[in-house]
Design a protein around this ligand. Structure first.
Ligand code: B12
Ligand code: SF4
Length: 438
């Protein structure tokens, strides 16, 4: 049996992409992959001789390739392309399975484009789905019976992505800068209105057995000769005790690492120091807004604007670079928010490796979506625009044009040119050294 697992390509719909080109290239190009398919592949039962991952960003899909089953992951803004791909395979009788957050949020929509859909996490239903397929008894809907028990986590098949890994991270060659990504936990104890994570993975923070995780990293390090790793967790700071134990064990690995964390880590300077000591070189942090009123309006309760400077200073002290994530168009945002944000970022530009800017987007399945729909504020429902670059909600304190223009202004004027050198610098090493194991 031959299976293809496909990440659809982003077909952009941003009016100003040309002028903000470097920004969009950065957003797509240099990063790491999604762990979705390496994880799923680890749960594929015997009987499947050939399983391949195709990332359409890097490789054209061969629709004529003889294949028995196609799996596609669907993010909201990629749904249009995902359905197109599904349609092309189904035209010639190939069975297609769709999964991912968008499918779980809107199963009735997704099922129209697939032979089977998976609602929720895939680990437990995927083996059953394959068995059913082999018996010619594929069902239309597979729903995860409960949240996955992360203690049963299997090492992800990162080897399937090796073909897309850049030999030299600084080269212009297409591919992921690093495929050394790991998952420590699922879920988030917080519940921000705009976020799909808590709705999908639950408020219950579930974590992996740390020793097994450490073993996975060790094995990877030996096989792929790299010291640069990333954790894709939404919030590594979901459980303080667990996080401390993780840091203690990671510190023995002799790696450089990055991940995502919530602002409230600033309340605990000892932990920030431990992060640095264990090899942390960069963190993606959900600041979201410089307006407390805006943060409150989306239930981002853990963020306190008066802690932002403290966090910046702490990270600077420990030489941890920041990847702040900022959103515009929240209900407390007036036209002055763009300059205010730029001023804040410029104050700390020496420790900012990259900033991710977004326009508040009502992802289906979130509370924000329900509320905005009820208030009749959603401007349209074409998912192709749901890529965080377009105005989709009538803003409360400015016009949609002011919001779009302000967003474009900050992207054009924030300095992205030195990003790569900053990131390499952040790792305290040069590209050649990154791939040399110690
Ligand atoms: C790592 C990550 C990134 C990385 C890498 C992304 C990439 N290469 O595309 C970076 C930082 C670059 C990134 C960027 C963005 N991301 Co992102 N990202 C993630 C993150 C944190 C982890 C993804 C991951 O590996 N998860 C672990 C895997 C195992 O979980 P999973 O994908 O959900 O898969 C499981 C199930 O869903 C299911 N499943 C999924 N697909 C399929 C398919 C089949 C066939 C089957 C059977 C099962 C199945 O089975 C899997 C195992 O249980 C997620 C949040 C999250 N926790 O998932 C957000 C997330 C996926 N990102 C999101 C978004 C919106 C973006 C951006 C648009 C953000 C922005 N403002 O620009 C950009 C767009 C990037 C792009 N591709 O153009 C949203 C998507 C929401 C949605 N409804 O579509 C998420 C969910 C975060 C959120 N806050 O809501 N991202
Ligand atoms: S803290 Fe981050 S991951 Fe957690 S619910 Fe809020 S936005 Fe989502």
């Amino acid at each position: 049996m031959k299976i293809k697992l496909i990440y659809p390509k982003q077909v952009s719909i941003n009016s100003f992409e040309e002028s903000g080109a470097s920004y969009f290239e950065m957003r797509r190009g240099i990063w790491y992959p999604l762990l979705t398919f390496p994880v799923l592949a680890a749960y594929t039962p015997p009987g499947v001789e050939d399983i391949r991952i195709i990332d359409e960003e890097f490789e054209a899909i061969d629709f004529d390739d003889p294949v028995d089953l196609v799996g596609i992951t669907v993010m909201t803004f990629l749904a249009h392309r995902a359905y197109e791909i599904a349609g092309r395979f189904r035209e010639r009788g190939v069975k297609v399975v769709l999964g991912g957050m968008h499918v779980s949020a809107l199963p009735e929509e997704a099922i129209q484009h697939a032979d089977a859909i998976v609602i929720g996490e895939g680990e437990e239903v995927w083996p059953n789905l394959i068995q059913d397929f082999l018996k010619n008894e594929l069902k239309p809907v597979y729903k995860a019976p409960h949240l996955f028990d992360t203690q049963k986590y299997r090492p992800a098949r990162l080897d399937l992505l090796e073909k897309y890994s850049k030999a030299d991270p600084s080269s212009q060659q297409k591919g992921y800068t690093s495929i050394a990504i790991f998952e420590v936990s699922r879920g988030c104890p917080y519940d921000c209105d705009f976020c799909a994570v808590t709705q999908f993975y639950g408020k219950n923070y579930r974590f992996r057995d740390i020793d097994r995780l450490i073993q996975d990293v060790r094995n990877f390090k030996l096989k792929f000769k790299t010291r640069l790793i990333g954790f894709v967790d939404d919030n590594l700071y979901g459980n303080k005790t667990y996080f401390k134990e993780l840091l203690q064990k990671v510190s023995k690995l002799n790696v450089f690492w990055s991940g995502q964390i919530s602002v409230n880590v600033a309340q605990n300077p000892d932990i920030v120091k431990m992060m640095a000591d264990s090899g942390c070189r960069g963190m993606f942090v959900g600041f979201e807004s410089l307006s407390q009123e805006s943060l409150n309006s989306v239930n981002k309760k853990i963020n306190r604007v008066d802690q932002y400077h403290r966090l910046m200073e702490l990270f600077a002290k420990h030489n941890i670079m920041l990847f702040p994530s900022i959103m515009f168009g929240l209900d407390g945002d007036g036209p002055g928010i763009f300059e205010e944000t730029m001023k804040f970022l410029n104050t700390y530009s020496s420790i900012i490796a990259y900033a991710s800017f977004a326009i508040l987007t009502p992802l289906p399945g979130t509370r924000l979506f329900q509320r905005m729909k009820a208030e009749n504020r959603i401007l349209h429902y074409d998912w192709r625009y749901y890529n965080f670059n377009n105005v989709l909600i009538k803003p409360a304190l400015m016009s949609p044009e002011e919001l779009q223009n302000g967003f474009e202004w900050i992207i054009r004027n924030f300095d992205y040119k030195k990003i790569f050198s900053r990131i390499i610098g952040m790792m305290g090493t040069t590209p050649g050294q990154i791939s040399s194991i110690s």
